[in-house]
Design a protein around this ligand. Structure first.
Ligand SMILES: [Cu+2]
Length: 471
């Protein structure tokens, strides 16, 4: 058991008792304190927090795996490392530490198929929240707040300095499981805040998870033991700055007036975590729907882009909306892959140009990429282009660029009951219009998928369907 200060013990015991009765009482008293601010990681305040964070990570790494306030216990709460298994790791623990590990480990939502994709945001908000409390307790510093990493701002698209310098094991924030580019300070590329354009919660949650969130995981970490693979992701200290930012984007989306689910099923869902007394807490999604009652805020929220997307998820359910699609699954490897899309029925052939002229109001054309699956993490992002002329030089690809996909959530995990194969849709209205105006369409669309780096040999990534959809 970890050493904690007398003051923390008293506070935590009171919190524990209150929680037994109702989590609301505990969260309510929390909200009366002045909210802590989560700062952008590269600001002076953010860097000061990262200094504290580095000390906390080092301390947490010295604690035994079975201590719910240890580094590894937090990591395994997301998912247990894939060279072992949950049951094997639990068997190594002292008897008394097994029940909580059994309740908490491998609970990342919704990679195990336990709940629904709508739980991605609240589960990770709770995960970050309770981790932040454990860091506060570890440092005996209740003013600590986790900084966030704002990678979609080109000025801060490189890993924050303390994570890469010094580049050695003496730095508790450095990891040798990252891709060499980012770990040498290269900025992340092809990231955007398109998810914020979604108008429904389910569309927003899934687009953020499968899009920006997964792209950042894969861009930073390798697929064997790093951020690029779910079972290893939370072992890299940058994980928490990434998810602090994902949480900030959710808060931003809400601040612009977009609303969360109000269903009983969503609000009443419970998840198990450990509090800052390293003891079990049961947290309810309804208590984490808004950060206003959670005692923290952000130094800056993102403005919502003016152009909206009418939440095309689930886009392939309505077959009338499909303009053209692939005829079968698209198997990817280490090379560029080109596939032609075909109209679902012969009668609808040669309608793309007409359809473009007829697009009115909020209706748009989307490239839907559905049912992503992979044996193991391929370890690269794939960029998608429309009607790419043969032999286009790498420097000339951008006029044909439609979007970037990742297979972060597309691998069936050990111990998972099922998997929701990720899906994404990209607004390609302007791209298709431009290609059509340049005479580059001829009423057919071809899609080229190009890996942005080397693909792991045994990965075998596959896209179930690629379709052009009007919605
Ligand atoms: Cu994540």
């Amino acid at each position: 058991m970890s050493k904690i200060s007398r003051r923390t013990v008293i506070k935590a015991t009171a919190a524990g008792l209150a929680l037994g009765a109702s989590p609301l009482i505990w969260l309510g008293s929390e909200a009366q304190e002045r909210p802590r601010i989560r700062y952008e990681a590269s600001t002076p305040q953010g860097l000061a927090m990262l200094d504290k964070y580095a000390r906390a990570v080092a301390l947490m790494k010295t604690k035994g795996v079975g201590d719910p306030c240890s580094w590894v216990f937090s990591w395994f709460t997301h998912w247990v490392r894939s060279d072992s298994s949950k049951s094997a790791q639990i068997a190594l623990l002292p008897e008394g530490q097994r029940p909580l590990a059994s309740d908490m480990w491998n609970t990342c939502q919704n990679h195990g198929g336990q709940t629904t994709e709508d739980m991605f945001l609240p589960w990770h908000r709770m995960y970050v929240y309770f981790f932040e409390r454990i860091v506060q307790m570890t440092l005996r510093d209740p003013s600590f707040a986790l900084p966030y990493w704002n990678y979609t701002n080109p000025a801060t698209a490189s890993l924050p300095r303390p994570f890469i310098s010094p580049a050695s094991g003496s730095n508790s924030l450095w990891a040798d499981t990252r891709n060499p580019g980012p770990n040498n300070g290269d900025p992340l590329r092809n990231l955007n805040l398109d998810a914020l354009r979604q108008t429904t919660y389910s569309g927003f949650c899934a687009t953020l998870d499968n899009g920006l969130h997964g792209n950042v995981h894969v861009a930073i970490g390798n697929s064997s033991r790093g951020m690029g693979a779910v079972p290893w992701a939370a072992g890299d200290p940058i994980f928490w700055m990434h998810h602090s930012n994902i949480d900030r984007l959710w808060a931003s989306w809400n601040a612009a007036g977009r609303t969360n689910p109000t269903s009983f099923a969503w609000l009443s869902q419970n998840f198990v975590f450990a509090n800052d007394a390293c003891q079990k807490v049961v947290a309810k999604v309804g208590d984490f729907s808004s950060i206003a009652t959670l005692g923290y805020t952000y130094d800056r929220l993102e403005p919502i882009p003016r152009t909206r997307l009418s939440s095309p998820l689930p886009y392939l359910g309505d077959s009338h909306a499909v303009v053209e699609k692939t005829l079968g699954p698209v198997e990817l490897d280490g090379q560029a892959k080109r596939v032609e899309l075909s109209p679902p029925a012969a009668s609808s052939k040669a309608l793309l140009g007409t359809r473009l002229k007829g697009l009115s109001g909020e209706r748009k054309l989307y490239l839907a990429v559905d049912d992503l699956m992979s044996n193991t993490a391929p370890g690269v992002l794939y960029n998608i282009y429309l009607n790419l002329p043969d032999g286009t030089a790498p420097a000339d690809l951008s006029p044909f660029y439609a979007g970037t996909i990742n297979f972060f959530g597309a691998v069936m995990l050990d111990g998972a009951s099922k998997m929701e194969a990720p899906a994404l849709a990209f607004d390609v209205t302007d791209l298709v219009r431009r290609l059509n105006a340049n005479g580059g369409l001829n009423d057919t669309v071809s899609v080229t998928v190009i890996p942005d780096g080397d693909v792991a040999a045994d990965a075998k990534p596959m896209i179930g369907t690629i379709a052009l959809v009007e919605h």
